[in-house]
Design a protein around this ligand. Structure first.
Ligand code: ADP
Ligand code: MG
Ligand code: MG
Length: 208
Protein backbone atom coordinates (compact mmCIF):
# COMPACT_ATOMS: atom_id res chain seq x y z
CA UNK A 1 0.00 0.00 0.00
CA UNK A 2 1.36 3.39 -0.99
CA UNK A 3 0.45 6.94 0.01
CA UNK A 4 -2.08 7.40 -2.79
CA UNK A 5 -3.96 4.24 -1.88
CA UNK A 6 -4.01 5.18 1.80
CA UNK A 7 -5.49 8.58 0.93
CA UNK A 8 -7.88 6.97 -1.55
CA UNK A 9 -9.09 4.58 1.14
CA UNK A 10 -9.82 7.42 3.58
CA UNK A 11 -11.59 9.46 0.87
CA UNK A 12 -13.67 6.47 -0.19
CA UNK A 13 -14.59 5.91 3.46
CA UNK A 14 -15.69 9.55 3.70
CA UNK A 15 -17.91 9.09 0.62
CA UNK A 16 -19.34 5.79 1.91
CA UNK A 17 -20.09 7.18 5.35
CA UNK A 18 -21.76 10.26 3.87
CA UNK A 19 -23.87 8.10 1.54
CA UNK A 20 -24.91 5.86 4.46
CA UNK A 21 -25.31 8.69 6.96
CA UNK A 22 -29.10 8.39 7.26
CA UNK A 23 -28.90 4.62 7.64
CA UNK A 24 -26.20 4.87 10.35
CA UNK A 25 -28.24 7.48 12.16
CA UNK A 26 -31.38 5.32 11.92
CA UNK A 27 -29.49 2.36 13.45
CA UNK A 28 -28.15 4.61 16.22
CA UNK A 29 -31.62 6.07 16.86
CA UNK A 30 -32.85 2.53 17.61
CA UNK A 31 -30.26 1.70 20.29
CA UNK A 32 -28.32 4.92 20.94
CA UNK A 33 -28.81 8.65 20.47
CA UNK A 34 -29.20 8.89 16.71
CA UNK A 35 -26.03 10.77 15.81
CA UNK A 36 -23.65 8.13 14.43
CA UNK A 37 -24.15 9.09 10.77
CA UNK A 38 -23.73 12.78 11.56
CA UNK A 39 -20.69 12.15 13.76
CA UNK A 40 -18.82 10.07 11.22
CA UNK A 41 -19.79 12.20 8.24
CA UNK A 42 -18.46 15.27 10.02
CA UNK A 43 -15.32 13.40 11.04
CA UNK A 44 -14.42 11.78 7.73
CA UNK A 45 -15.26 14.95 5.77
CA UNK A 46 -12.66 16.67 7.95
CA UNK A 47 -10.25 13.78 7.34
CA UNK A 48 -10.63 14.12 3.56
CA UNK A 49 -9.98 17.87 3.81
CA UNK A 50 -6.94 17.40 6.06
CA UNK A 51 -5.44 14.82 3.70
CA UNK A 52 -6.09 17.10 0.72
CA UNK A 53 -4.21 19.90 2.47
CA UNK A 54 -1.28 17.83 3.73
CA UNK A 55 1.68 16.13 2.10
CA UNK A 56 2.75 12.67 3.14
CA UNK A 57 5.73 10.40 2.59
CA UNK A 58 4.19 7.20 3.95
CA UNK A 59 0.83 5.49 4.34
CA UNK A 60 1.50 5.48 8.08
CA UNK A 61 1.58 9.30 8.19
CA UNK A 62 -1.74 9.38 6.31
CA UNK A 63 -3.46 7.20 8.91
CA UNK A 64 -1.95 9.09 11.84
CA UNK A 65 -3.28 12.34 10.38
CA UNK A 66 -6.69 10.76 9.72
CA UNK A 67 -6.88 9.43 13.27
CA UNK A 68 -5.84 12.70 14.90
CA UNK A 69 -8.42 14.53 12.83
CA UNK A 70 -11.21 12.18 13.92
CA UNK A 71 -10.21 12.55 17.57
CA UNK A 72 -10.34 16.34 17.33
CA UNK A 73 -13.53 16.61 15.23
CA UNK A 74 -15.92 13.99 16.59
CA UNK A 75 -17.45 14.37 20.03
CA UNK A 76 -19.19 10.99 20.20
CA UNK A 77 -17.63 7.70 21.30
CA UNK A 78 -16.89 6.73 17.72
CA UNK A 79 -14.47 9.63 17.09
CA UNK A 80 -11.87 8.69 19.70
CA UNK A 81 -12.36 4.98 18.93
CA UNK A 82 -11.88 5.23 15.16
CA UNK A 83 -9.31 7.96 15.70
CA UNK A 84 -7.20 5.78 18.00
CA UNK A 85 -7.59 2.83 15.66
CA UNK A 86 -6.28 4.78 12.67
CA UNK A 87 -3.48 6.44 14.66
CA UNK A 88 -2.33 3.06 15.94
CA UNK A 89 -2.58 1.56 12.47
CA UNK A 90 -0.44 4.41 11.16
CA UNK A 91 2.14 4.13 13.91
CA UNK A 92 2.45 0.37 13.41
CA UNK A 93 3.35 0.72 9.72
CA UNK A 94 6.96 1.05 8.58
CA UNK A 95 8.20 4.46 7.41
CA UNK A 96 8.81 4.92 3.71
CA UNK A 97 6.66 4.74 0.63
CA UNK A 98 5.74 1.06 0.54
CA UNK A 99 3.75 -1.04 2.98
CA UNK A 100 3.40 -4.77 2.37
CA UNK A 101 0.16 -6.71 2.91
CA UNK A 102 1.81 -8.34 5.94
CA UNK A 103 2.59 -4.88 7.38
CA UNK A 104 -1.02 -3.88 6.86
CA UNK A 105 -2.25 -7.07 8.55
CA UNK A 106 -0.16 -6.21 11.61
CA UNK A 107 -1.36 -2.61 11.46
CA UNK A 108 -5.02 -3.64 11.39
CA UNK A 109 -4.44 -5.71 14.52
CA UNK A 110 -2.71 -2.73 16.17
CA UNK A 111 -5.79 -0.66 15.34
CA UNK A 112 -8.03 -3.30 16.88
CA UNK A 113 -5.94 -3.37 20.05
CA UNK A 114 -6.26 0.41 20.33
CA UNK A 115 -10.06 0.18 20.17
CA UNK A 116 -10.11 -2.57 22.76
CA UNK A 117 -7.72 -0.73 25.06
CA UNK A 118 -9.65 2.53 24.89
CA UNK A 119 -13.18 1.12 25.03
CA UNK A 120 -12.67 -2.16 26.86
CA UNK A 121 -14.91 -4.07 24.47
CA UNK A 122 -14.53 -7.79 23.91
CA UNK A 123 -15.74 -9.61 20.80
CA UNK A 124 -19.49 -10.19 21.17
CA UNK A 125 -20.14 -6.93 23.06
CA UNK A 126 -21.93 -5.46 19.99
CA UNK A 127 -19.41 -2.79 19.01
CA UNK A 128 -16.94 -1.78 16.30
CA UNK A 129 -14.81 -4.71 17.50
CA UNK A 130 -17.37 -7.18 16.09
CA UNK A 131 -16.66 -6.03 12.54
CA UNK A 132 -13.02 -4.94 12.88
CA UNK A 133 -11.73 -8.15 14.50
CA UNK A 134 -13.11 -10.59 11.93
CA UNK A 135 -11.88 -8.25 9.20
CA UNK A 136 -8.35 -8.08 10.64
CA UNK A 137 -8.31 -11.84 11.16
CA UNK A 138 -9.54 -12.54 7.63
CA UNK A 139 -7.03 -10.10 6.17
CA UNK A 140 -4.19 -11.77 8.06
CA UNK A 141 -5.33 -15.27 7.08
CA UNK A 142 -5.54 -14.30 3.41
CA UNK A 143 -2.00 -12.86 3.51
CA UNK A 144 -0.70 -15.96 5.31
CA UNK A 145 -2.25 -18.07 2.54
CA UNK A 146 -0.31 -16.09 -0.07
CA UNK A 147 -3.03 -13.63 -1.05
CA UNK A 148 -2.16 -10.16 -2.31
CA UNK A 149 -3.58 -6.89 -1.01
CA UNK A 150 -6.67 -7.08 -3.23
CA UNK A 151 -7.48 -10.62 -2.15
CA UNK A 152 -6.90 -9.87 1.53
CA UNK A 153 -8.97 -6.69 1.42
CA UNK A 154 -11.80 -8.57 -0.29
CA UNK A 155 -11.83 -11.23 2.44
CA UNK A 156 -11.70 -8.55 5.13
CA UNK A 157 -14.67 -6.71 3.64
CA UNK A 158 -16.81 -9.85 3.58
CA UNK A 159 -15.84 -10.75 7.15
CA UNK A 160 -16.58 -7.22 8.39
CA UNK A 161 -20.00 -7.21 6.73
CA UNK A 162 -20.89 -10.60 8.22
CA UNK A 163 -19.61 -9.50 11.62
CA UNK A 164 -21.71 -6.34 11.47
CA UNK A 165 -24.83 -8.27 10.46
CA UNK A 166 -24.32 -10.72 13.30
CA UNK A 167 -24.39 -7.88 15.85
CA UNK A 168 -28.16 -7.78 15.40
CA UNK A 169 -28.44 -10.89 17.56
CA UNK A 170 -26.13 -9.61 20.29
CA UNK A 171 -26.81 -7.89 23.61
CA UNK A 172 -24.90 -4.60 23.88
CA UNK A 173 -22.38 -4.51 26.73
CA UNK A 174 -20.53 -1.28 25.88
CA UNK A 175 -21.52 2.23 24.89
CA UNK A 176 -24.96 3.82 25.00
CA UNK A 177 -26.70 0.74 23.60
CA UNK A 178 -25.72 -1.17 26.75
CA UNK A 179 -28.19 0.99 28.73
CA UNK A 180 -30.99 -0.80 26.86
CA UNK A 181 -29.99 -4.26 28.03
CA UNK A 182 -32.16 -6.93 26.36
CA UNK A 183 -33.88 -4.28 24.24
CA UNK A 184 -30.66 -3.83 22.27
CA UNK A 185 -31.13 -7.32 20.81
CA UNK A 186 -32.64 -7.34 17.31
CA UNK A 187 -30.88 -4.19 16.10
CA UNK A 188 -27.63 -4.10 14.12
CA UNK A 189 -24.90 -2.07 15.81
CA UNK A 190 -24.20 1.28 14.12
CA UNK A 191 -20.45 1.26 14.83
CA UNK A 192 -19.98 -2.28 13.52
CA UNK A 193 -21.94 -1.19 10.45
CA UNK A 194 -19.66 1.79 9.81
CA UNK A 195 -16.59 -0.39 10.34
CA UNK A 196 -17.90 -2.67 7.60
CA UNK A 197 -18.16 0.39 5.33
CA UNK A 198 -14.53 1.23 6.06
CA UNK A 199 -13.38 -2.25 5.05
CA UNK A 200 -15.61 -2.25 1.97
CA UNK A 201 -14.01 1.04 0.94
CA UNK A 202 -10.56 -0.54 1.28
CA UNK A 203 -11.64 -3.53 -0.79
CA UNK A 204 -13.04 -1.33 -3.55
CA UNK A 205 -9.96 0.89 -3.60
CA UNK A 206 -7.75 -2.16 -4.11
CA UNK A 207 -9.68 -3.14 -7.23
CA UNK A 208 -12.45 -5.43 -6.04
P1 ADP B 1 -22.13 8.04 20.84
O1 ADP B 1 -22.53 6.69 21.37
O2 ADP B 1 -21.23 8.78 21.77
O3 ADP B 1 -23.31 8.84 20.37
P2 ADP B 1 -21.62 7.23 18.12
O4 ADP B 1 -23.11 7.18 17.96
O5 ADP B 1 -20.89 8.02 17.08
O6 ADP B 1 -21.21 7.76 19.55
O7 ADP B 1 -21.02 5.75 18.06
C1 ADP B 1 -21.72 4.67 18.61
C2 ADP B 1 -20.97 3.39 18.28
O8 ADP B 1 -19.72 3.39 18.94
C3 ADP B 1 -21.67 2.13 18.76
O9 ADP B 1 -22.59 1.65 17.81
C4 ADP B 1 -20.53 1.16 18.98
O10 ADP B 1 -20.25 0.39 17.81
C5 ADP B 1 -19.34 2.06 19.21
N1 ADP B 1 -18.89 1.96 20.59
C6 ADP B 1 -19.44 2.57 21.66
N2 ADP B 1 -18.74 2.26 22.77
C7 ADP B 1 -17.75 1.42 22.37
C8 ADP B 1 -16.67 0.75 23.05
N3 ADP B 1 -16.49 0.88 24.37
N4 ADP B 1 -15.84 -0.02 22.31
C9 ADP B 1 -16.00 -0.14 20.97
N5 ADP B 1 -16.98 0.46 20.28
C10 ADP B 1 -17.85 1.23 20.97
MG1 MG C 1 -24.64 8.00 18.95
MG1 MG D 1 -23.75 10.87 20.73
Amino acid sequence: MEVDLAIGWMRATADAVAAASDELTRLDAAIGDGDHGVNLTRGFTAVAAALEAGSFTSAGEVFVKAGSTLISKVGGASGPLYGSALRSLGKALPPGPTVTPADLAAGLHAGLEAVRKLGGAEPGDKTIVDAWKPAADAFEAAVAAGGDLTAAAGEAAVAAREGARATAGLLARKGRASYLGERSVGHQDPGATSAALLFRALSEQTGN
